[in-house]
Write a protein of this length. Structure first.
Length: 331
């Protein structure tokens, strides 16, 4: 477990949404390092497995598929009948509020079969959110218990976040294969159906649909024009340090630690759920130990409280204003 917890913090590539490394990723809770130092050996791989920012081949011949729909649970949420229309706005809202993400993903299958881009994208978000638990439920829960037993500052917050993931993802099993490859395949499918957010996430993962400077620049423009908070958030990792020195991002809000934060904050201000129990905050805390010490603190308050020096607040706010105003050059 020592290795897995450390990998969850340091081994993450700055390229995949649920394991995105923002500027404040180095502010990981002491509980992570403490658990790593205290627990030696073992096959506790759930934290490592959720670090899905890995180099994978998005052009594999297989097609992503949804987990089997025949698994039952007494308190399962029934999926809508085949053919039920699902609006994009309600699709996203239900992701934020669903207690059973397995049932939620199943409810989107009719829309997925119709190649609804937003439905496919949200299914990929479920796969990403639940990946760490689904690939090794017992190990994930075992790690959660060990973290709780440490009883250190931050343990309670991390345990609460991990228990939230376990509860929402409870019906997924290893056989559902929510692997990095599966997630990428689903994102490729969503991108090809027209999801700008999926395109952005693939570029952030180092797997753009077209690996040319022209395409990358054009995609950044399209994300801003879309005013889609999901797309802003998905693109954020690609616009941080990863963009430093790349000519295709000249004049963009890109290339620094602050710029990555700015893109994510813009997503929050555009309407993405960034509350204390959102997928964003939960994933950082559950998977990486990056948890707020203030109960109920949302992403923006957490960033300005824990990650940005006072003199950097105006800089980031100017960047966010630039992004939301559709401007292309910093003053």
């Amino acid at each position: 477990m020592a290795d897995t917890l450390q990998t969850g913090m340091r081994g993450r590539s700055p390229s995949w949404p649920s394991t995105r490394t923002l500027a404040w990723a180095t502010l990981a809770l002491l509980v992570v390092a403490s658990v790593a130092a205290w627990v030696q050996g073992g096959d506790h791989t759930s934290v490592e497995r959720v670090a899905i920012a890995t180099a994978v081949d998005a052009r594999l011949p297989e097609h992503a598929h949804a987990p089997s729909a025949d698994r039952a649970r007494p308190d399962a949420i029934p999926a809508p009948a085949i053919g039920t229309a699902v609006r994009a706005s309600s699709i996203r809202e239900r992701f934020d509020t669903a207690d059973d993400l397995y049932a939620y993903a199943q409810s989107l299958e009719p829309a997925v079969r119709e190649r609804d881009a937003d439905a496919i994208w949200m299914v990929s978000r479920v796969y990403e959110y639940c990946s760490g638990f689904a690939m090794a439920p017992a190990a994930f829960d075992r790690d959660t218990r060990v973290i709780g037993e440490m009883g250190m500052r931050g343990s309670a917050a991390m345990v609460a976040a991990r228990e939230r993931v376990s509860r929402r993802c409870a019906r997924f099993v290893p056989q559902d294969e929510l692997t990095p490859r599966m997630i990428v395949l689903k994102r490729v499918e969503a991108a090809e159906a027209g999801s700008v957010a999926a395109e952005a996430s693939l570029m952030a993962a180092g797997e753009p649909l077209q690996d040319t400077p022209e395409y990358k620049r054009e995609l950044v423009d399209r994300v801003q024009e879309s005013e889609d908070p999901e797309a802003y958030s998905a693109l954020a990792p690609a616009m941080g340090i990863a963009a430093s020195g790349k000519v295709e991002y000249t004049g963009e809000v890109a290339g620094t630690q602050f710029s990555e934060l700015a893109w994510q904050l813009a997503a929050c201000r555009l309407g993405m759920d960034c509350t204390s129990e959102s997928a964003l905050m939960t994933s950082y805390c559950a998977n990486g130990g990056i948890c707020s010490s203030v109960p109920g603190q949302d992403f923006e308050r957490f960033v300005f409280d824990a990650a940005v020096p006072r003199q950097g607040v105006d800089v980031i706010n100017d960047m966010v204003d630039s992004l939301m105003g559709g401007k292309r050059e910093l003053k």
